[in-house]
Design a protein around this ligand. Structure first.
Ligand code: ADP
Ligand code: MG
Length: 410
């Protein structure tokens, strides 16, 4: 096995694109010019499928792996279809976290350059007064977390009478974190007829239930049935004793010298403790979890985008969907409870065809969750033995529990 540091230096290989042009999808000249300036030479596969169907007014349920350009797949057609004369919001985009809302706002604004479109992010953590005021001034596209949108609806600060386009982005995650009731309440407030697009990296029974209930003959697009994980990502797992995890992490950080990395922990407290311990030895460490105040989270996120924060310690809730090109490594410090989270975590690296390396720390009693991950991705993860580092105590050979973690079924 080649150790990951022997892989050739990271070169952007460019995004995975389809074989058609944006022009052939029936986009306006303004939009194709913006895309060209943005450096998007061709649509990604999900964009190629979603854009023309959305322009025809269809409801869509789309599954595509993370980093495949889902944001532009709904933002482009919506921008093309907005009525210029309206005062009230015409499009509503729901996403699970504040960071994702901000990311969608930024991407949509870039695609709307040259058009007079007002886009507003609505999420908890920012003073509601500021959001109320900007809503009074008029907004065309509302992007928000279900909680804050519901709150503003109840205060009658939002009027959905003119909303025609509804997007549920990262729908699986929104359901995971208990937004189901809010989503259903919001969807009931959007007048008929309207168009709904649901995008997700994974499709569950619950999502299909929602889509059947609230959508009209949605067209299902499944672009990642057999490849849940991205090919440009090299995945390894390492067997490690619980009490050696921190040393192993420090060893790997030293050896791998990540350009930028995210380290995922299972709990907020775990993230805090780990963040503190790493920053005693290294600089450029940032922390993000759901209990932190929004301004602090914004600062860390900005530092991470600018490359000042090199090592981000995060929990799943905030780590999901982050799109920062410099992320060369993802460390699964704690094995994720839900195997789907593994797919989302590792998807933070290898963005748009760049190379990425991921390490999954597996303790001797965590063989089952490892197997569950491999069953989901349909691929065994390669074992990695850190050179010159004893990650776990070898016990008697017949004591299976304490050997290198076994994978059942592969
Ligand atoms: P997803 O939502 O599927 O995880 P994103 O919408 O966050 O993916 O897109 C991932 C990255 O790809 C972003 O940095 C985005 O700017 C870029 N991107 C999207 N579409 C294209 C395209 N057609 N050509 C080049 N880059 C693209
Ligand atoms: Mg996305």
């Amino acid at each position: 096995m080649n150790p990951p540091s022997d892989t050739p230096p990271d070169q952007p290989r460019g995004p995975v694109l389809s074989d058609v042009s944006f022009e052939s999808l029936g986009l306006s000249r303004t939009m194709t010019a913006v895309l060209k300036r943005r450096g998007y030479t061709a649509p990604t596969p999900i964009q190629k499928d979603v854009i023309p169907l959305a322009l025809e007014g269809h409801d869509i349920v789309g599954q595509a792996k993370t980093g495949s350009g889902k944001t532009a797949s709904f933002a482009i057609p919506i921008l093309e279809m907005l009525e210029r004369s309206a005062d009230l919001p015409q499009a509503l985009i729901l996403a699970p976290t504040r960071e994702l809302v901000q990311q969608i706002v930024v991407e949509t604004e870039k695609l709307a350059i040259g058009q007079n479109v007002k886009i507003r992010g609505l999420y908890g953590g920012e003073p509601i007064v500021r959001q109320l005021r900007s809503l009074e001034r008029g907004v065309d596209v509302v992007v928000g977390t279900p909680g804050r949108v519901m709150d503003l609806l109840e205060r009658r600060a939002l009027d959905f009478s003119d909303v025609y386009h509804v997007v549920l982005d990262e729908a699986d995650r929104m359901l995971d974190i208990g937004f189901r009731d809010d989503i259903e309440r919001i969807l009931r407030r959007v007048p008929e007829p309207h168009q709904t697009m649901l995008l997700s990296a994974t499709l569950s029974e619950e999502i299909l239930f929602l889509s059947r209930k609230y959508m009209h003959h949605p067209i299902e697009l499944n672009l990642s049935q057999d490849e849940l994980s991205v090919e440009s990502i090299k995945q390894y797992y390492i067997t490690v004793d619980h009490d050696r995890k921190i040393e192993l992490l420090m060893h790997l950080l030293e050896k791998e010298q990540p350009r930028q990395c995210i380290i995922f922990t299972r709990t907020k407290r775990g993230a805090e403790k780990l963040g503190q311990r790493i920053s005693r030895k290294l600089s450029g460490v940032g922390l993000m979890h759901g209990d932190m105040a929004q301004p602090a989270r914004n600062r860390v996120m900005q530092g991470f985008r600018e490359g000042k924060v090199k090592i981000l310690v995060a929990t799943d809730v905030v780590g999901r969907g982050i799109d920062v090109e410099g992320i060369s490594h993802v460390f699964n410090y704690d094995i994720p409870e839900d195997p789907e989270n593994y797919v989302h975590r590792i998807g933070r690296t290898g963005r748009m065809g760049r190379d990425g390396v991921t390490f999954l720390f597996v303790c001797p009693d965590e063989g089952d969750p490892l197997t569950n991950i491999e069953m989901l991705t349909g691929k065994p993860i390669e074992s990695y033995k850190p050179e010159g580092f004893q990650a776990y105590q070898k016990r008697s050979p017949d004591n299976r529990e304490y050997q290198e973690v076994y994978r059942i079924g592969f």
